[in-house]
Ligand binder design. Sequence first.
Ligand SMILES: [Zn+2]
Length: 96
Amino acid sequence: MKQTKLTKEARGRDCQVRIPGCPNDTETTVFAHYRLAGTCGTSMKPNDLQGAWACSYCQDRIDQRAKCELTRFDLRLYHLEGMVRTIDTLTREGKL
Ligand SMILES: [Zn+2]
């Protein structure tokens, strides 16, 4: 994925998704876009505020690559709350 000024901010950050068991491995943190009908699709990608800083543990669960007890709905909520925390941090730092 193409990195932008905002998505680059994810590097080395605390994981904001925090799915139970999250090790907060900041070395693996990247910006994980939140895909939502109407905001992204074949010719449209989500904007760079629509997503959360997520460690590889949480990304694997959000993308359903790793087995997880949580429902898809719960995982969406974790991702969404992570997005709110990410935007909050960027706002506090005066980067938005
Ligand atoms: Zn995590």
